[in-house]
Structures are given as C-alpha cells and as structure tokens.
Design a protein around this ligand. Structure first.
Ligand code: GLU
Ligand code: ZN
Length: 494
C-alpha cells in the first residue's frame, strides 16, 4: 500500500508552531516510508478565510524548505487540492448518503435551532445539539420538499445504539458511545457548502490518504469521522493524534508565551534549519543524547513509536540554543550572504536601506568570524559590527577604566600601549597580535586585562565587544591609531 498523508490547514490565520509541527511530522512520516506528502487547503470557512493567509502558508513552507508532492500550487492526480473548488463533489457525496439512508434533509431554520437551545438553557437541560427533528420525515416527502426548493441542510444519521471504536497509533484503542457524539451534525450547509467533517472525509478518501497525523485537539471529531467512513462503506485511514505543544506553564502554546507564528520567528532571525530541528523534537524522542539532526537524518530516524503520548513543551531557550548551533555550522560565506540584507536594513553601511560599496562588502564578509561564535540570532551579527563601519561614540570616562583604576592611570596605559597598535593591526594572525601585547605586558609588569580594557573601549566603543585583535586587523593600523588618539584626547578633556 502506498503511504499517503497530508497537511490540511484552514487558511484562517498565520502559520504557527502547532501547524508547522503537524505538517513536519506528516512530511517526515511520508518520506520515511517512501510515500507522498500532500497539501490540501480546507478553505470552506469563508467568513474567516483570507488570501493573505494562503500566501503566508506558501511563504512559510518555502522558507522552511519543506515541499509537498501534490498540492494546489503544483497539482497532482487528485486535483483540485482546494476545497472551495470541490463543492460539486461534496454535494454529490452528501446526496449519496441521503440515498443510502445514512443522512437526511433537515429543513429547520436557524431560528428554530436557536429556540431549542434557549428552551433547553431555561430548563437547565443537559441536552445539547440538534434534536433530530427532521430525522423522521419520510424520505419521499423530504426529497419532494428539497426538490421544490425548500431551504435545507443535510445531516448525518448517527446510528443511535452503537458504540464506535478505532485504534489510534499513539493513544491506543478508543471507544465512544454514539449517544455521546454531537447528534446528527450537519454535513452540507444550506448554501451548498460542506462542513469540515464531510469535506475532510470525502477528500481523504478520494485522495487516497492512508494515514492521518493531526493535533490531538481533533480527537473528539474522530468517532464522528469513523461513522461517516462507515456510512459511505469506506475504510478509514490510520489515525495518529499528535501530542499537543504547550508553553512552560502547561497551557496550550499561545501568544502569551511568546512568538508563535513562523513569520515572527523568521523576522527575529531564527534559521529555518534550527526551527525544523527543534520542532521535530518536541514530543518525540529519537537517538539518546543526539540533538542536532539534518532533515535527512530526521527522515531516517522518524517513526510513530518515537512520538510521546504526553504533550510536549515549547522551550524558547532551547530553540535559541539550536539557533546558535546552526549559525556556527554555517560557512562564513553563507552567513555573510544571509545577514547582508539585515545589515543593509539596519543601516550598517551609512544609512537605513543603503547597500555597501565593494570595500564595505568585503569588510562585512571578513568580520563574520568575529561575531559568529557568540551570536544566537542573525540580526545580532550586523548589530555588533557597527563600530567597524562608523566611528563609535566615545563613552563616558569611567567606561575606559580597568578595575580599581582612575583616569590618570588609564590614560597612562593607553599612551604606553600606543606603539603596539600598528604592529598588532598588521600582525599576520590574531595569535601573533596576542603574543605582541602579552610579552610587552609581561615586560612592563602590567596585567594583560588592564591594558586590554581601555584599548577595547577606544577601538569598539564598548567594554563588551567582538575580539579586539580581529577588530584591529580589520580596521587597519591607521584607523586604529586614530581611535586610540581620539580616546586619549577625550579622556584628557574629561
Ligand atoms: N482543517 C483542519 C485544520 O485546520 C484539518 C484537521 C485535520 O487534519 O483533519 O487543522
Ligand atoms: Zn431539522
């Protein structure tokens, strides 16, 4: 049997962690079995639909580098993959259920349904949902009324006395009394649009879906789905309800916890590889002690029995750690290409949106190793490099002072260190530069840290900065000297 699974989002919001995780698990499962991963747009809720959300879906997955084998944008044997383009199909299948006496026409108005609800509420009744009013209308009479144009919906005729059972790949055997299922839900609305339940099942069947991997919040709908499959006389796919993703407080992940939409993560400077790696590990356990997985490794290691029953926790700190790891795995060239647009945006080259000239572009590329080791986010890379492209503001005097020293001693250190600047800036390597200052400090009986601090502040404008020797080298002797001299002048004037 060919393995086919799908991601079936409703374009009623931005793509978020939960949705992408569902998509990713479907993708990994299909690929691990040599099967097909399908994208289907469930856009029957027209009130909450927006074209912008569809675009966001495409943009998100193209940024993540996750591709489907069949879908609205690329077609496939079961096209169309957009539910709003399949309404005739659902009408036909709803009619087929009515024909088989597994569904019936309901002529109740919205007002009547609302009235029942109100009456029950007033009577403190525990009953909920539809009262099966039209279930007993003789079939011929109902057909006649529908044909004559009387407004109607189509409702599923849930077999009353039965119990519905199915096996979930993660949760095991599940049993629901039919009497506990929402009574005779609507399959086809009066405007001819299907409900989620009908469209979802007809499509999974017609698209040959063998496995349904979806969030556990859909579990309560599944008994109903199993009944619909049975009513059609179809086999249902294998169900696998994925553990939920919660925030650190155990509640469903939401805006309160931090970013949830993939757009936000992208804009904050997370790498797609880091997000994929981290998301794939939430609520799953692969190889003990191994954290970093390429997409191919995830595919090779994926299996349903590695998914946990309990919900997973989305740990923002852990994601940050992954991001740092993936930044360090990038080559300097790749990192420079990835962060150049952010640098232009941040105004690194003399104004917001200004592109670098050839010299600046070279300097930017050469500066990547200075910031790569510590960066957690891509945008930190340009942010930490401003001092190489424009003169840093000279901070207040105290910033220059090494521990337990004042202005006079600091000035003396800077002046004494001046002759070292050119040799260090021109040293063939950072190691050589370090050697120069170390042996000098030893000879002069000065603590290395004491002389490094004012030099660092003079060169970079801050006490915490990228490495000093690399900075001297990239700035060159002339600029470096001029910065030390300006610092000396400024300190003297304080
Ligand atoms: N359209 C549903 C959603 O938005 C699909 C649920 C399912 O996978 O069956 O998640
Ligand atoms: Zn009715």
């Amino acid at each position: 049997m060919e393995i086919r699974d799908r991601y079936a989002p409703s374009p009623t919001g931005l793509q978020h962690i939960g949705g992408v995780r569902t998509a990713l698990f479907n993708y990994l499962f299909a690929k691990s079995k040599g099967g097909k991963f399908i994208l289907r747009l469930e856009d029957t809720d027209r009130t909450r639909f927006s074209e912008a959300y569809v675009q966001n879906l495409y943009d998100t997955f193209s940024w993540l580098g996750i591709k489907w084998d069949e879908g609205p944008d690329i077609g496939g044997p079961a096209a169309p993959y957009i539910q709003s383009e399949r309404t005739e199909i659902y009408k036909k299948y709803a009619a087929c259920l009515v024909e088989k006496d597994r569904a019936y026409y309901c002529f109740c108005t919205a007002e009547r349904i609302e009235e029942i609800r109100r009456e029950r509420e007033a009577a403190h009744s525990s009953l909920s949902g539809y009262d099966r009013h039209c279930r007993i209308i003789p079939k011929e009479e109902a057909a006649r009324r529908a044909k004559a144009g009387e407004a109607h919906t189509v409702r599923l005729k849930i077999p009353l006395e039965e119990t519905t059972c199915f096996r979930d790949q993660i949760l095991g055997d599940i049993e629901w009394k039919n009497s506990d299922i929402n009574p005779d839900p609507v399959l086809l609305k009066s405007d001819g649009f299907p409900t989620y339940h009908l469209a979802n099942i007809v499509d999974d069947h017609l698209m040959g879906i063998s496995h349904v991997l979806r969030a556990q919040e859909w579990l309560p709908s599944t008994p109903l789905h199993v009944i619909i499959y049975k009513s059609f006389g179809w086999e249902h796919p294998v169900f696998c309800h994925l553990p939920m993703v919660n925030g650190a407080d155990g509640k469903k992940l939401s805006k309160r916890h931090g970013a949830t939409s993939i757009d936000e993560f992208r804009l904050k400077g997370y790498l797609p590889e880091a997000l994929i790696n981290y998301i794939a590990l939430i609520g799953a356990s692969y190889i003990e002690g191994k954290d970093i997985y390429t997409l191919d490794e995830l595919i090779a290691n994926f299996s349903m029995d590695k998914l946990n029953k309990a919900s997973g926790v989305f740990d923002y700190k852990k994601l940050d750690w992954y991001n740092g790891q993936y930044i360090r795995m990038k080559s300097d060239e790749d990192l420079s290409a990835l962060t150049l647009p952010l640098a232009i945006d941040a105004g690194l080259f003399g104004g917001k949106g200004k592109a670098p000239n050839a010299k600046e572009a070279d300097l930017f590329r050469a500066a990547i190793p200075l910031v790569k080791e510590r960066a957690v986010f891509l945008k930190e890379i340009p942010e930490k490099l401003f001092y190489l492209f424009s003169e840093p503001e000279i901070p207040r005097a105290e910033e220059f002072f090494p521990k337990k020293m004042g202005k006079e001693e600091t000035l003396e250190l800077l002046k004494k260190g001046l002759p070292l600047i050119a040799p260090m800036a021109e040293a063939p390597s950072d190691g050589n530069a370090e050697e120069i200052i170390k042996s000098w400090a030893e000879k002069e009986n000065i603590k290395l840290g004491d002389v490094m601090m004012p030099l660092r502040v003079a060169i970079t404008g801050a006490r915490v900065s990228p490495p000093l020797f690399g900075s001297l080298r990239l700035l060159g002797a002339e600029k470096s000297l001029s910065r030390i001299n300006s610092a000396i002048n400024k300190l003297e004037s304080f």
